[in-house]
Design a protein. Structure first.
Lengths: 149, 253
């Protein structure tokens, strides 16, 4: 159920990348893609919690997003991909809340420049596509591996 | 936001289970309620619910590491809790002074907060009483528990808190027990619920669930729902009255 919600979100992100961003080339679209990605990972976290509950690994679930990610890191500490995805989720959340500026809007190299405590992150069309692929592969990984166990 | 502390004069009267089940019953009535483990030295709500290894607890909020809204957890029963830390270090190091300020951080996030307080009159129990506006006192029908309860009431009233009433817990209706009317006159507060010793409570504790969730049709679950309904001023009919039974049979001519 949660996996299908994640897939729906990722489909929306797909449309935003390959249609909206392709034709508008604006940072606002990059920002909405990041929001979609965060929601998709949120759904994946719920799927992981459901799985952990079935395995009787956890009885109470956190409600705050950051604590959810930290809890999943603890629950699946032996799975590097899950731990990495949680760190990625936390940095996406930081990016979405960070102050940002725009570079080369309406051009092929449109870039969102987010200022984080850790430093500056530049998100171009190529970077956002990389993020998108990463999440898509992670969904496959969960669907065909972890959640089937 | 209503802030109700569940207190007792003596330990071991069943305060935590009352707090757990009352909160669950309030949730059953559709209320957005959060149960806070205010027993900072002996936090055990997590233990009762089978949640021992939580990344952040109320102790982190007291130490400024997290905001209280970040440490709300949801149990399988739908119950929202803010657990305390069960670690020895945290229990020893805790500074209860900030409890009120931390709990006030939930303002606007829920309709009511139920605070499971420590027993007796200690620095921690005073902090829990201070954090609440209303109190419910839990006692057993035995003289040591009742005399200690009286002290807690006196203290709470001196602090200007409204004591809603008494919950008599683990009532067995044995001859050695003090009668409810005597307890009421000793404590000078109304008895708002009388919960019997019930095997469903033990079973639910074993299942790590509140009895209201694991055994919703049990007599004891109905009593907690009755109590919750009283607190929110809602009508609740837990059992068929004689009039209801007459109506049912009237249909058969």
């Amino acid at each position: 159920m949660n996996i299908s919600k994640a897939l729906e979100e990722i489909k929306r992100a797909d449309h935003l990348i390959f249609v909206s961003l392709k034709y508008t080339r604006t940072v606002d679209v990059i920002k909405s893609i990041i929001e979609r990605m965060i929601t998709a990972i949120d759904c994946l976290m719920d799927a992981l919690f459901e799985h952990a509950q079935k395995k009787k690994k956890i009885k109470v679930l956190p409600t705050a997003p950051v604590v959810k990610a930290e809890t999943i890191k603890k629950l699946y500490s032996d799975d590097v991909r899950i731990v990495e995805m949680m760190d990625f989720y936390l940095s996406l959340r930081k990016i979405s809340k960070a102050h940002f500026t725009k570079r080369e809007e309406y051009r092929r190299h449109v870039t969102m420049i987010a200022t984080l405590e850790e430093g500056i992150i530049e998100i171009s069309i190529d970077v956002i596509k990389e993020y998108f692929e990463k999440i898509k592969q992670f969904i496959e990984y969960l669907n065909e591996g972890v959640l089937k166990k | 936001m209503r802030k109700i502390a569940i207190v007792s004069g003596k330990g071991g009267v069943g305060k935590t289970l009352v707090a757990l089940n009352l909160t669950t019953a309030l949730k059953e009535f559709g209320r957005d309620v959060i149960l806070v483990d205010g027993d900072l030295r002996n936090a055990n709500i997590g233990v009762y619910l089978g949640a021992l290894n939580l990344p952040f607890t109320l102790h982190d909020a007291l130490k400024y590491k997290k905001h209280i809204t970040e440490i709300v957890y949801r149990h399988g029963s739908g119950l929202k809790i803010i657990p305390g830390s069960i670690s020895f270090e945290n229990s020893v190091e805790v500074e209860p002074d900030r409890l009120k300020e931390v709990i006030d951080g939930l303002e606007g996030k829920c309709e009511a907060v139920i605070i499971d307080s420590p027993a007796g009159i200690s620095e921690e129990s005073l902090a829990a009483i201070d954090a609440a506006d209303e109190l419910i006192l839990v006692t057993n029908p035995e003289m040591p528990a009742v005399t200690d309860a009286l002290k807690t009431i006196k203290f709470a009233e001196a602090a200007g808190k409204n004591v809603i009433g008494i919950i008599l817990n683990r009532v067995e209706n044995q001859r050695h027990e003090i009668h409810a009317s005597h307890i009421q006159s000793i404590l000078g507060k109304p008895i708002i619920a009388s919960i019997p010793e019930d095997h469903h409570m033990k079973r639910s504790a074993h299942l790590k669930h509140p009895v209201v969730y694991s055994h919703p049709n049990s007599h004891v679950a109905a009593l907690f729902k009755d109590l919750a309904a009283k607190l929110i001023g809602q009508e609740y009919k837990s059992r068929l009255t004689k009039e209801d039974i007459k109506k049912v049979f009237a249909n058969f001519g």
